[in-house]
Design a binder for this molecule. Structure first.
Ligand SMILES: [Cu+2]
Length: 113
């Protein structure tokens, strides 16, 4: 009897653990210019919570597949902003942005002079 209860409990637990990962696919806008931006943006999301991240320099759209139980879309946008790239929700810190190579300064048009 005790053994049956144990097995029942254990299998319920296993189902919760195994069924825990919810992989979500989302897209959001990330500002940048060139191939260097692309590798910087994608490299910032090489973390265990993200299974794939691809940025298109023409459309400025980042497609990301991530474990929604482990990280939020908001946090992903913050990570991208932390390496110098504005997203649709978060702005990169000026100090980080100003350290980017010249070809990557995507704000140029907005903030010249
Ligand atoms: Cu660049």
């Amino acid at each position: 009897m005790k053994l049956i209860m144990f097995i029942a409990l254990f299998s319920t637990f296993s189902i919760i653990v195994l069924g825990g990962d919810t992989i979500k696919k989302e897209t959001f806008t990330v500002y940048g210019n060139c191939g260097m931006c692309k590798s910087r943006i994608e490299k910032s999301l090489k973390i265990s919570e993200v299974s794939s991240a691809q940025w298109d320099k023409n459309t400025k759209i980042l497609s990301v597949k991530y474990n929604a139980n482990a990280i939020t879309l908001d946090s992903l946008q913050k990570i991208v902003a932390s390496v110098g790239h504005d997203t649709e929700k978060y702005k990169a810190a000026d100090e980080v942005y100003n350290d980017l190579p010249g070809c990557c300064l995507y704000r140029e048009n907005k903030e010249s002079h």
